[in-house]
Design a protein around this ligand. Structure first.
Ligand code: PHE
Length: 741
């Protein structure tokens, strides 16, 4: 905070206090639109002045927006966002109901903004405003009194708002209140004392309650964390840590003591870093050195040795130790010297090799080493200990591969199956130390020493997901990586039972999903088939009613409809009339054959009756009036406004049925008298109202209109039906040249 800013805020506070005589810091912060914390800070700084102001702690409960509430204020309520998603023609529910929109969708439906019809979401009563957003905005602007308690309760339940306790200070004038601040001194200087000025100055009192800044703590490097865990494993297993504080070692302890011949390639400068200063070591246990020399050159202890001229000068050469096994050699010699007792040693420390540098190799790394010396140890003991050790590291699937080390026989490389990488990876090297190494030290003949070594970097890189050693060690290490990395966890591998259970679970889940998919495929197939209708029509009794109904379905249903009418060469007039009738709709949909929700095809066939068949196994619908009933149902079910048949209510729909039955008889009889009789019955229904069940058209009217069209003898038509027929011809549902909308 700049000094001026602080001064001016302090001045503002004092001036305000002067004018109002006491105020609450929170209210003041609101009033001058300043951060409350800043105001409190400024007031507290005023407390430094002797009796300038007094304060009293206050606290109150307020409504505040949750992060989600904030989102609502900025982007609108969830329900509004979902509502805006849906275009006027609607969207399939699956498209609307995605993961994030469920709540909003349910709310929008509950509010009546949206409705669902046969899987299609459509806008219903469009909201005029986003009330929730407006309310939350009030709360955001601290005008929560503008929102009713009931609404607040709802928003609280929806986790859009929450109550927060605001602590503030009530500030009042002190005994020595003034608006003119005297400058306070922070430091007493030598000059003030010399001039005596200190006597008249006001000093800022010490604040013993102020919080200090936290010093930046240290962060452990991943290698250190894994090191700590491995150390812990060794300690749990009863191992003692070896002193490894000597990077510089002589060739004697690094190689010769380990029965590594002096011509061994590892002892050359391109594999080992030799020291130039001091180049040589001279202090060796003489007796032991003689024994080592003997076993290399002439053999002994049951071995024939290498049979070469062992040179002490070669053993004197100083180097950076290439493995911590040099330390193990020193420890075993010491153990023999001090009188043997069984021992378990470990070390984790740095070693050096003159390596080609690449993504996984550096010239130095950390080596983990374990050594056990006891009577009559075998390879079985080694495998047992390794299994235990690596299990504790989280590796329980181990494999061993015969290997060669100059100082161990037998030797084994250790491999572990890595679940994450899905392959066997080498994790270490091990073996039983040779008698040529142990006996010259003076260890008892029946004592065996088993040992193993591994790098610390390898498990660390695997555990921390680092694939370039340079990102772990060296100048390119990102310190943020060190700060951010979690405490190392050597994850325990799942047990066989765990694995079996998880496979079983997955299997169950998959078979459940497969079953669901099969059902869905079945359902879709049947839908596809259901949607294909073939209507066989006899040209001698052209079902004009179907033309009216299909046009209604096409125009009013929310589904896509395609109607195929074939021009029939033998029936040019009739078939082109059908064609014309069904293509005069502006909403005629362009669909590939059978790709619409409903597909109808007319087939001209001299079968004597109208028959609607489905491609699926459903039974055919026979007879013009029955096909009409079916189409009327489809039209009603897929439109929210059409009333033709069942939607007219039970009473009317049974009247309709009755009349339709009469028309059915009319259509299927050629007996003139019977026809006349039936027509008279229908005529009576039309005495009181323009259409059969009242003032609007029903499926019965459509059937009647069709039947009149098909009658060969128009003289028998009674008066009311004639009037009805004229009415129909002027009604847009019947007249293809009139628009339906
Ligand atoms: N010294 C071996 C190496 O550097 C590891 C090892 C230790 C092998 C002990 C066997 C016994 O790889």
């Amino acid at each position: 905070m700049g000094c001026n800013e602080e001064m001016s805020l302090n001045d503002r506070i004092l001036q305000y206090l002067e004018s109002v005589g006491g105020f609450d810091t929170y209210d003041f912060a609101q009033k001058i639109k300043e951060d409350h914390v800043k105001i409190v800070g400024a007031v507290k700084s005023l407390l430094a002045y002797d009796e300038l102001v007094t304060t009293e702690n206050r606290s109150r409960t307020l409504w505040a927006l949750t992060p989600e509430g904030n989102e609502f204020v900025n982007e609108g309520s969830k329900e509004m966002r979902v509502f805006k998603l849906v275009p006027s023609e609607g969207l399939p529910i699956a498209q609307v109901m995605t993961q994030g929109t469920k709540i909003g969708f349910n709310k929008a439906v509950a509010n009546g903004w949206l409705r669902v019809e046969k899987g299609i979401v459509k806008p219903s009563n469009a909201p005029t405003e986003d009330t929730v957003q407006i309310h939350l905005d009030h709360i955001f602007k601290n005008c929560s009194e503008k929102v009713s308690q009931a609404d607040k309760d709802v928003y609280k339940k929806r986790k859009l708002i929450e109550q927060v306790i605001v602590n503030s200070l009530y500030v009042d004038k002190g005994e020595k209140f003034t608006v003119e601040l005297q400058k306070v001194e922070n430091d007493l200087t030598a000059e003030m004392i010399a001039t005596g000025a200190w006597k008249d100055l006001v000093f800022k009192p010490y604040n013993y309650n102020s919080m200090g800044t936290l010093p930046e703590g240290g962060h452990l490097h991943p290698l250190l964390k894994v090191r700590a865990q491995i150390r812990q494993i060794f300690l749990e297993m009863g191992f003692t840590e070896m002193p490894t504080n000597n990077y510089v070692e002589s060739s004697f302890w690094n190689f010769d003591a380990l029965f590594q011949p002096q011509q061994h390639p590892a002892r050359e400068a391109h594999d080992t870093f030799f020291l130039s200063e001091p180049a040589l070591s001279h202090q060796f246990p003489r007796d032991y050195l003689e024994q080592v020399k003997r076993v290399h050159s002439r053999g002994g202890f049951g071995s024939q040795g290498y049979g070469y001229e062992w040179q002490e000068e070669e053993a004197q050469k100083n180097l950076l130790r290439t493995h911590t096994t040099a330390v193990s050699a020193r420890m075993l010699y010491k153990l023999a010297k001090e009188g043997f007792r069984p021992a378990k040693y470990f070390s984790i420390d740095r070693v050096f090799r003159n390596e080609e540098l690449d993504a996984t190799h550096l010239a130095e790394f950390q080596q983990v080493e374990g050594v056990i010396a006891d009577h009559n140890l075998t390879l079985g003991n080694l495998i047992g200990v390794l299994s235990e050790f690596f299990k504790k590291m989280g590796m329980d699937q181990l494999r061993f591969k015969p290997a060669y080390n100059p100082y161990t026989e037998p030797s084994m490389e250790i491999f572990s199956y890595h679940n994450g990488l899905g392959k066997w990876i080498e994790v270490g090297n091990s073996g039983v130390f040779r008698p040529e190494m142990l006996l010259p030290m003076g260890l008892p003949e029946d004592v065996n020493v088993i040992a193993w070594g591994l790098s610390l970097e390898r498990p660390t890189m695997i555990k921390y997901g680092i694939d370039n050693i340079r990102d772990l060690v060296g100048p390119r290490v990102d310190l943020q990586m060190v700060y951010d990395n979690p405490i190392c966890r050597l994850d325990k591998e799942p047990t066989i039972e765990d694995k079996a259970r998880s496979v079983e679970d997955t299997w169950q889940l998959l078979s459940f999903q497969v079953e669901r998919m099969k059902n869905e495929i079945r359902r879709l197939h049947s839908l596809v088939n259901q949607s294909r209708h073939i209507i066989c029509v006899d040209p001698s009794t052209p079902p004009y009613s179907l033309l009216v109904l299909l046009r209604l379905v096409k125009s009013f249903a929310s589904k896509t409809v395609s109607v195929e009418t074939n021009l029939h060469s033998a029936l040019p007039l009739l078939s082109s009339y059908f064609n014309y009738y069904l293509s005069t709709d502006s909403r005629d949909t362009q669909h590939g054959k059978g790709s619409a929700d409903f597909n109808f095809s007319f087939v001209w066939k001299q079968s004597g009756e109208v028959k609607l068949s489905f491609c699926s196994s459903q039974r055919d619908i026979v007879g013009e009036v029955n096909v009409c009933r079916y189409l009327a149902r489809i039209a009603e079910e897929n439109s929210s406004t059409l009333t033709l048949y069942e939607r007219k209510g039970e009473v009317k729909s049974s009247q309709i049925d009755e009349c339709v039955d009469i028309i059915h008889s009319l259509l299927t009889t050629s007996n003139r008298e019977k026809q006349s009789d039936l027509l008279k019955r229908v005529d009576k229904l039309l005495v009181a109202s323009p259409f059969i069940t009242g003032s609007s058209v029903s499926v019965a009217d459509i059937c009647l209109w069709s039947a009149i069209n098909q009658l060969s003898d128009i003289d028998i038509i009674p008066l009311n039906i004639r009037k009805f027929f004229v009415r129909c011809c002027n009604h847009p549902w019947f007249a293809p040249h009139l628009s339906l909308n």
